[in-house]
Design a protein around this ligand. Structure first.
Ligand code: SF4
Ligand code: SF4
Length: 113
């Protein structure tokens, strides 16, 4: 079962996670990253790398978080691949403590390449 980037990543996008992924299956939006579930090999090494715990196994998602799996599936087919850290967005610290659901309306569908 693949890992999923939840909305906690929105407006943070620290990108620490992409450096450790052995199959380079992260994709970059304007203000968050997603994981391609068809490419993720479920190794789990990215999960502890995220400083704000934005990455979860899809088995750990709460019912209200399940839509993030669909968002990862959809946008990993539209956004460009990212393999190297590019550093956080400038507003990352200010948004770091907001919940996934609080940030959901802030999701940008634009690609971030
Ligand atoms: S490390 Fe966390 S916040 Fe940063 S891009 Fe990866 S999932 Fe998003
Ligand atoms: S679980 Fe492994 S393969 Fe999947 S996104 Fe994370 S590091 Fe990449």
């Amino acid at each position: 079962m693949p890992f999923v980037v939840t909305g906690k990543c929105i407006k943070c996008r620290y990108t620490d996670c992409v450096e450790v992924c052995p199959v380079n299956c992260f994709y970059q939006g304007e203000n968050m990253l997603v994981i391609n579930p068809d490419e993720c090999i479920d190794c789990g090494v990215c999960e502890p790398e995220c400083p704000i715990e934005a990455i979860k196994s899809d088995e750990e998602l709460k019912p209200e978080e399940l839509h993030w799996a669909k968002i990862n599936q959809k946008f990993s087919g539209l956004w460009p691949n990212i393999q190297n850290s590019v550093g956080p967005l400038p507003e990352a610290e200010a948004y770091a403590n907001q919940s996934s659901e609080d940030k959901k309306p802030l999701l940008s569908e634009k690609s971030g390449g």
